[in-house]
Design a protein around this ligand. Sequence first.
Ligand code: HEC
Ligand code: HEC
Length: 341
Amino acid sequence: MPTRRCDARHLQTQAWSLLVGCCLLGCSESDLAGVGPEFALPGPPSLAGVMPLTRPEGLDRQKVALGKDLFNDTRLSADGSIACSSCHDVAAGGDDGRPTAIGIGGRVGPLNTPTVFNSSLNVAQFWDGRASSLEEQIDQTVQSPLELGADWTTIEKRLRADRAMRKRFEAVFGTEPDAQTVKSAIAEYLRALITVDAPFDRYLAGDRSAMGADAVEGYELFSRLGCISCHQGRNLGGNFFQRIGVMGDFFAKRGRAPSEADLGRFNVTGREEDRYKFKVPSLRNVAQTAPYFHDGSGETLEDAVRMMVDVQLGRPVRDDEIRKLVAFLEALTGEVDEALL
Ligand code: HEC
Ligand code: HEC
């Protein structure tokens, strides 16, 4: 047990959920880089900081509406062919249902598209956590040759040529559209995309009939087997980085040797210990976001759960346990206000 990493300093600065997971798993300081005070959980915590999600407060509604339109605006891509929403369909789980993403010109990327729902709760953005804020994530996505492949000067020109757009930016920001205001509006929209009222949330809030017996037993298994030591906190993930294949060789089981994209967090830090580490994904709404894993190699939720039990926990599992875990994960599907769709 790496006691150095479970010291009192963490008690004061990190959320309980992180502390529990880190003590169990021995993650390093860098795994937690960027964890801010907003992750501190109020009140007496449950073991791993599990609690219901609540509607976001204090957002600027006009800015959210502008961000939503920009999220759907193909003028953000180099050739005007795609928008954020082409890969993040908020009417269908906030992702694209593909193993890996397809950007402008049909370019196939190496990574699975994560959902945009609840992304503002993540400690950092992207599978490898290379963006520390939503604004930085948007900046990289807009310019990535595998995604929107655009440049800000062109986008600014296009939006400024649109009188109605200019007026809306004027009303929200008091300025013309530019890179900073576009990023700010889209980020505000993303912050609004918190899913609430999942059966699990209602169960946590005291409605014991909100989840079926299988899901309740699945939650118990999820805690007892140790899934919760990684997928923890109110977002059931998104808090830190962990290696895929702690107890078994994920890549051997996948049947394809690791590529550069499979190096994960190592590509950001260059540290040997970060090889094959990824941000532990949030499991909220996970039933809607097949296929799974950073490479999209997990076809169904059942496949993903089996792989996790195998390579993260290294234990045998019965079919009824898998069924219950899946029933629990299915109870994590929440809703957003219709106006955001
Ligand atoms: C071509 C498909 C595609 C388009 C277009 C696209 N994304 Fe993504 N998005 C992805 C992929 C793939 C990732 C993961 C990339 C990685 O981890 O390196 C991602 C990651 C993200 C994340 C991080 C989520 C997390 O949990 O880490 C957010 C937030 C996001 N995108 C929002 C947006 C926004 C906003 C736009 C428009 C400005 C956009 N995306 C456009 C495919 C796309
Ligand atoms: C040691 C930490 C750890 C443990 C324990 C763990 N996971 Fe994971 N889980 C991860 C990481 C890291 C990923 C992302 C891996 C990747 O994509 O390469 C992941 C991915 C997943 C995914 C896919 C999510 C997506 O959006 O693609 C599911 C589902 C999942 N885990 C469920 C579980 C369940 C159920 C358990 C317990 C049986 C469990 N995990 C135990 C770290 C863990």
